[in-house]
Every structure is written in C-alpha cells, then in structure tokens.
Design a protein around this ligand. Structure first.
Ligand code: URP
Ligand code: ZN
Length: 480
C-alpha cells in the first residue's frame, strides 16, 4: 500500500513549494498536485504543515560500552525515539578496544544494529595500529560500505589515537577515497589537567570543563586538520563546541582545504553554568566531552552554522542514567561521558534556529539532513525529496508546541537535558522507507525494520581534494 502526504508545503535544502508526495514501496513515486493514486492508498493530512526529508543524525552511540558501563539507549529504543522527533537515520560508531580487530568489532556492532527500527550506518574508529588494521580498513571500505574512519584524540589509555596512528590511518583513508573524522581534544593535556584538579581536591563535575578547556579542543582541531592537509585527505570534525575549534576549521576552509564540521544541538543551547549546579546529579548529567562552554561559544557556533562553516548538526547521543553517572560520585573523571538528544535535535534546531531567524527553513533541512547525506555520500537516496529517493519523510507542524520532558520522551534515559524547555515546531508524522512509523503520538516503529545503509567511498569532494593536494606538491627539479 502506498502513502499520500497531502496538502502540505514541501521544504527541501533548495526550495519551498506546494505539493503532495506519493510513496510506493520504499521510495518516493511522485511529487505534484492532484496526483492520481490507487484507492487503497493511506493518506496523511499535511494541511498547514511542512513536508521535509527525515533528519539524519551523523553522530550517535547506541549501547556503547564506555568507561566501565554501556550507554542505555540501544539500537531499538534509540532509533524509535528519534523517529518520533523527526530523525529517520543515524550513523553510529564501531569503536574497537585496543588490539580488537576492526572486522570483529564491526561484526559485533552489525549484530547490535539488527534491532534498529530505522535505517543506520557505521563509521569505524581506528584506535590502534598494525597491518591488520590497515587491511581491515580496506575490507570495510571496499566490501562493507564504510567511507568514514573515526579518530579520538582524547581518552588517553583507552581509545586515543596518537599522531603516528593518525598519519598511518589518514594515508590509508586517502588511498581508499574515504573521509577521516575526528574527536578533537588533546588527550595528554586533558589527562594532565584531570590529575591536577583531583590533586587540588576538586572531585566534582565542576572540574570536568576545567580539565577540557577550549584551548585543548582548539589545539587538537588544528593538529588534526594540519595532518589531514599534509596528507591530502578530507577531514570532518565531530562535535565542534568552541570558538577555538571553529577558528581552526574556518582558517582551513579559507585556505581551500576540504574540512567539514558538525555541531551538537546540546552545545547550541546549553552553557557551562550547569556544572556548578548545587545538585551533584544535575551537574553530572551534563558531563560529556567536549563539555558545555561559556555562552560566547554558542554565538560562534550559531554563526558558524549560518555562514556554512559548520555543515551538519548531530547529538552524539550516548545516554547514561543517573545511577550510571553516580559511578563518578567521588571522582569526576569516572563519570561516564555522554549525553542524549537524538529525539529533540530537530525541534531544538527549529525552535532556536528557524523561529529566531538564524536559519531559513531550507537551511534547517540542509543542516539537519541533506548536508550529512552529501558528506557521507548517500545523497539523494537519503536527505532529499525527489522521485526515486528513499521515502524518509517528516510532516512538521510549525505552530504546534510542546514542553520537553523525561516524563514524556521516548528515550530510555531517566532525564532530559532540555527538561522544561517550551518549543514551537513539532514533528507530526514520520515515514521510514515508505512505512508510517509515527503519526500524531502513535508510535508504529517496528523492531528490526531498519536497514544497514552502505556508504560508498569517493564522494565528489574526494577527487577534488586529491587533485588539489597533487597540485600543491613540489615537483622534483628536472636537470639535464
Ligand atoms: O562525552 C561523549 N561525547 N561521549 C561519547 C563518546 C564521544 O566522545 O563521542
Ligand atoms: Zn566524541
């Protein structure tokens, strides 16, 4: 049975126009007015609403084993919650522990992913190095649809990659036509500052941002970008949280380097005052890396999005419950790092972006969906409303309001960082590859209905990056 989305205004990254959409099977079959459709078609009334591509969250961590525990939202609860909020695909991370073969870790995550109710894909982290890692990167890129490899410059003693690993992995990624992605914080400095504050008797969450100041992020962002520039590989900076990091991105883009960056919905609206909350639990709920920053950094991030220097928005959804956060009651370095947001990202970006005039509706679609699809090379299958594209579609009511709360959210975690925030602009309906998975409060998502999405290497910007790099290389002097 097909679905007709009728009476709405279509909004894509490029344009806004009146039109109905008819989906058949998993894809969009027709767009236009007065469409002729079979009699058994289900109709979704989109009167007064905007019809947009489903969101793509390019950075999440479902059920991630991390810091002695595991993130509480799994691939089923996470993907189901995100579809209620208007996101129809996520890209999660395979993170092998030290010495764990990449292929083994990848297969573990693929197994976990099978319960997803929405489509998903994987970046794979390079956390250590030997010949098997080199070979597994090649297998993943050529046979398993992985076109992005992640590098953590933080988390010393666990998953941190040093410069030698970066250079080797970046070279390999470049040869494969893949993208390298970066968690940019200087792990050595973080470790040094953590010990310093603990020695000074600062054991509470207020020491967390002090141990990871913007300078630590700025240095690592610049270093990763410069190494990528030397090697000639495109680079994507995840969760850019500070002006310091953004300055490094902007400088590189102005040099003509292929650098992408991402901002989290949480960093856009929450500042570092949360770490000084009198209630230890509330402060600990906000422990994530990079941490929340003073307000001036939020202004820089918004300006980065508005100007196109930041292309995507994500959540880094890695949710730990209050009980899990209590693991660090006496030592802030043991509080599991991570926060949630994947159910609310779209509404936050609309309420704080479109409603405030910072973003046009078309920019909203670009930064919540289409740009991620382009950068990770799945456009226009995803992130687009056109015939033949996957029918991942949302119906957005710009006049509807709601109050965000853990009491009503669908995520498994027992608190919500946006608790009490009143937002205007709410998702009414979600289609995932043609199936209505959410409609006016009715959650119809099905466990296991999501599909793994292959992402081929050699996105259009890869060849351009390679050519520019070759052009800038010094040639040997020809002597007779
Ligand atoms: O604190 C965070 N961000 N936790 C998830 C892992 C990561 O660093 O992305
Ligand atoms: Zn990270």
């Amino acid at each position: 049975m097909g679905v007709l989305i009728k009476g709405g205004t279509i909004v894509t990254a490029e344009r806004t126009y009146r039109g109905d959409i008819y989906t058949e099977g998993e894809t969009i079959k027709a767009i236009g007015e007065n469409l002729e459709v079979p009699s058994n078609t289900e109709t979704v009334d989109a009167g007064g609403c905007y019809v947009m591509p489903g969101g793509i969250d390019p950075q999440t961590h479902m059920q991630l084993p991390f810091m002695g525990t595991s993130a509480v939202d799994d691939f089923y609860t996470g993907t189901t919650a995100m579809m209620t909020g208007g996101t129809t695909m996520l890209i999660d991370f395979v993170i092998p522990g030290p010495q764990v073969p990449l292929m083994e870790a990848y297969k573990t995550w693929r197994g976990w992913g099978e319960k997803s109710s929405a489509d998903y894909s994987f970046h794979v982290a390079v956390t250590w190095w030997d010949d098997s890692v080199y070979n597994d990167m090649r297998t993943l890129a050529t046979e398993y649809g992985v076109n992005s490899f992640k590098h953590f410059l933080a988390y010393k003693g666990a998953i941190m990659a040093d410069d030698e690993i970066l250079i080797k992995s970046f070279e390999n990624a470049k040869d494969l036509g893949a993208l390298v992605t970066i968690h940019a914080e200087n792990g050595e400095l973080v470790s040094h500052l953590q010990q310093k504050y603990l020695k000074e008797g600062m054991t509470g969450p207020e020491a967390h941002p002090l141990s990871r100041p913007p300078e630590v992020e700025g240095e690592a962002t610049n270093r990763a970008i410069r190494i990528a520039e030397m090697i000639g590989v495109p680079v994507y900076i995840v969760h850019t949280s500070s002006k310091d990091a953004l300055d490094a991105v902007v400088a590189a883009r102005l040099r003509g380097q292929t650098v992408f960056s991402e901002s989290l919905s949480q960093h856009l609206v929450i500042d570092d005052s949360v770490y000084r909350d009198k209630d230890w639990r509330t402060a600990a709920h906000h422990v994530m890396s990079p941490p929340f920053r003073p307000k001036k950094h939020q202004d820089a991030l918004w300006a980065g999005i508005q100007s196109g220097m930041i292309q995507t928005t994500a959540t880094d959804h890695c949710s730990f419950t209050t009980d899990q956060k209590m693991m660090g009651r006496d030592d802030f370095t043991k509080i599991p790092n991570g926060t949630g947001g994947l159910e609310d990202r779209m509404t936050i970006l609309w309420d704080q972006g479109v409603n405030t005039g910072r973003l046009t509706m078309n920019q909203f679609v670009a930064v919540t969906s289409s740009n991620a699809a382009k950068i990770f090379n799945i456009y226009p299958k995803k992130g687009a409303l056109m015939t033949g594209a996957d029918a991942d579609i949302i119906v957005w009511d710009p006049e509807a309001t709601r109050t965000i709360s853990a009491k009503t959210h669908h995520q498994k975690v027992d608190f919500n960082l946006f608790e009490g925030m009143n937002v205007k602009g709410v998702n009414r309906a979600t289609l995932s590859r043609g199936e209505v998975t959410y409609l006016d409060g009715d959650v119809r998502a099905k466990r296991g209905a999501g599909r793994y999405i292959n992402r081929p290497c050699n996105a259009p910007f890869v060849e351009a990056t390679r050519k520019r790099h070759e052009y800038l290389q010094q040639k040997p002097v020809e002597r007779s």
